[in-house]
Design a protein around this ligand. Structure first.
Ligand code: 0RA
Length: 682
């Protein structure tokens, strides 16, 4: 690649006052380590290695290094070697001490100080400088081969032990940083071999021509030696990603080109699977949230493949273009851009924001792909054939959808056997209870008023509507039954005027599964029967949480507060009181006569008048038909919550996150909400 730093200046010129921004000591780093390395857990610990390695990668990207070696030593330290130019050792114009000491003991805001221009990994997202590593190490040694000598300085917790001094002669250049992470600051000090291997392998793929060696010499660890060198760079990365797939184009597409100080590298290959694997990087930092480079890539991909297919008359004049989805099925691609001033945006700073990068990627990649297709007609044919296959599947799904939605196709069909319909034919007085589980469904059927209440039991979890297409969705019996019972079709054919019930009531258990099924149903209604939600036809039943009993008198409580109120009213009290005996049970369990001790029996006799029994309902199935009617279904006494569009939209969002194909946010949600979810299921 181009030597970005061959400016003709000598090394000392980089240290002119003009290029120095702010210099300050390392105390802030030890005080607030999280600000600099993200965390003090294992992630932060490994960050220390990445920081030093990134400096070596920068040397390689600038054309000055081709070897990095990371060694986990037997004394708990790690050694990172690179054969770059070596950290400068001359006197620093501002600090008046060696540049080496300055680099290791001063924080410099505004990127790697003193180094002009060029793409940098270390100045990127988490680039904090080697001084941060020094600050967070109980011991660090820097050795620099430069200007004919080996220069050395040692530090403890960021403080130099002596001045920088030459300890020998050397004809080579390079830097060796050896450090021991400070256990006073880092909660974790044991390096993970797999973590290091994965990261450095990826860096080797992204830095063409570099060799990265990794050795494990730790006590109590199997000795290991790895060496990564990928002649093809990201092309080799693609080959590795597709190693378990049947590929479509045997020759991997590859381009590496620079315009206006922006280097664009793209490799791609299609396989016979359906998923899309596109990894995007800016200055070797992965952009999990994509960004302008991904947008430019997608635009060019769709446009170029369509234009090629039309040029070859593979798409006829009157035929439709391939869509973005069609051209991304089975695609494995890597987009790697390098630029001088990357802007990272988004929640986790994982999205590239530089607007001009879109244009550069679109141009460079688009032109190169067009050339590739012209020069490799067999590969081009295989790629286009794969895209057509995807298009056909899409069109088949659409046709299936059209026939499903054909006017009347879903109306007037025989009502499902599981539906216990009401006798009334007046929608305005009719209600449909959608009940979780066959057993609760049975109770509801017996307890209902059959004149105006219909019951549809749903078995288990309904299909994940997020990813299913309409044809597949309606192949699911539970959903099909529901659509037919409602009698008003679905999606754009949905007709509010044909709705057979004006109140549709979701009735699920008050536990995690119940909440999940409710979310699924709300999402289904929100997406496919939206007018019904907007019109206020959808409700959520509110079964009581407690039954409170004194003698033969029964009251129901819908929350904790209400329960305590009833107990108080009846002369009982919250826990700890001697006024009344309060017995809490779960399910139907009660203290039976045989299990009573004499004392208990005596106590119950004397206090019989004030004995209060509390039963907590876990599921609808615990209520008998009469109880279900009294508490949840009788219009005179029941509580119901009308669903508004906001409720449904929130459910939809939650659902999208829980069920969508994006795995990371789902994990995050489950981790951060795990406790809350548990609490639901008291
Ligand atoms: C400041 C300026 C230059 C290089 C470096 C630092 C540098 C730092 C590290 C850390 C590990 N390996 C490194 N290699 C280089 C530019 C030097 C020049 O212009 O000669």
């Amino acid at each position: 690649m181009a030597d970005k730093k061959a400016t003709g200046k000598n090394a000392e010129n980089y240290y002119g006052a003009e290029s120095i921004t702010v210099l300050e000591g390392l105390e802030p780093v030890r005080k607030r380590p999280g600000m600099y390395i993200g965390s003090t857990s294992a992630t932060g610990l490994h960050h220390l290695i990445w920081e030093v390695v990134d400096n070596g990668i920068d040397e390689a990207m600038a054309g000055h290094a081709n070897l990095i070696r990371v060694t986990l030593l037997d004394n708990g330290m790690v050694e990172v070697y690179d054969n770059g130019r070596g950290i400068p050792v001359g006197m620093h114009k501002v600090t008046k001490v060696s540049a080496l000491e300055t680099v290791l003991t001063k924080l410099h805001a505004g990127g790697k100080f003193g180094d002009g221009g060029g793409y940098k990994v270390s100045g990127g997202l988490h680039g904090v400088g080697v001084s941060v590593v020094n600050a967070l190490s109980e011991y660090l040694k820097a050795e620099v081969h430069r200007e004919g000598k080996i220069w050395m300085q040692e530090y403890e917790r960021g403080k130099p032990l002596k001045k920088v001094k030459p300890i020998g002669n050397s004809k080579k250049t390079g830097t060796i940083i050896t450090f021991k992470p400070d256990s006073q600051i880092l909660e974790e000090t044991e390096f993970n071999w797999g973590t290091i291997l994965d990261r450095l392998r990826q860096q080797a793929y992204l830095t063409k021509g570099i060799t990265i060696e990794i050795a494990d010499q730790r006590k109590n660890h199997r000795p290991k030696n790895y060496k990564f060198y990928f002649e093809g760079g990201i092309k080799a990365y693609i080959k590795s990603l597709n190693r378990n797939n049947q590929v479509k184009n045997e020759t991997i597409f590859y381009i590496d080109k620079e315009v206006n100080d922006t280097r664009v590298e793209v490799a791609l290959q299609y396989n016979d699977a359906f998923n899309e694997t596109v990894l995007a990087f800016a200055n070797n930092i992965i952009n999990a949230e994509g960004g302008t480079h991904v947008i430019g890539f997608r635009t060019a991909l769709t446009r170029t493949l369509n234009s090629y297919a039309r040029g070859q008359n593979l798409i006829k004049e009157k035929d439709e273009n391939l869509t973005g989805e069609d051209v991304r099925e089975g695609l494995t691609a890597i987009i790697s851009v390098k630029l001088t001033n990357p802007q990272f945006e988004g929640q986790t700073k994982g999205k590239l924001g530089n607007a001009d990068v879109k244009t550069y990627v679109e141009q460079i990649f688009g032109d190169a792909l067009a050339t590739f297709l012209q020069e490799n007609p067999r590969e081009a044919e295989a790629i286009i054939a794969k895209c057509f296959l995807s298009a056909q599947a899409r069109i088949a799904a659409r046709t299936a959808r059209a026939s499903i939605l054909r006017k009347g196709a879903l109306e007037g069909m025989t009502l499902p056997g599981k539906l216990a319909d009401c006798s009334s034919r007046k929608p305005e007085e009719s209600e449909l209870y959608i009940v979780e589980g066959d057993s609760a469904g049975g109770s509801a059927k017996q307890g209902r008023n059959r004149k105006f209440q219909a019951i549809l039991p749903l078995r288990g979890k309904i299909l994940n509507v997020e990813r299913a297409r309409l044809d597949k969705m309606l192949a699911n019996n539970e959903i099909k039954n529901l659509v037919i019972a409602l009698g008003a079709n679905i999606d754009e054919q949905f007709d509010l005027g044909k709705l057979r019930y004006h109140r549709i009531i979701i009735m699920t258990d008050a536990d995690v599964d119940g909440a999940h099924i409710r979310t699924l149903l709300l999402t289904l209604f929100y997406r496919h029967f939206n007018a019904l939600v907007t019109n206020g036809n959808l409700y959520i039943a509110q079964p009581p949480l407690y039954q409170v009993k004194k003698g033969t008198t029964i009251k129901y409580a819908y929350d904790e507060e209400e329960k305590n109120k009833i107990i108080k009213e009846w002369g009982g009290a919250s826990a700890g009181s001697a006024q009344a005996e309060v017995v809490e049970t779960e399910g139907e369990e009660e203290i039976s006569e045989e299990n009573q001790t004499e004392e208990e029996a005596e106590a119950i006799k004397t206090k019989a008048a004030v004995r209060i029994n509390i039963q907590r309902y876990k599921g609808l199935g615990e209520m008998n038909p009469q109880q279900l009617w009294d508490t949840t279904m009788n219009p005179e006494t029941r509580m119901m919550r009308q669903v508004n569009v906001d409720d449904a939209a929130i459910a939809n969002e939650t659902f999208e996150m829980l069920m969508g194909s994006d795995v990371a946010p789902r994990k995050h949600f489950i981790q951060t909400h795990a406790k809350k979810v548990k609490n639901l299921d008291i």
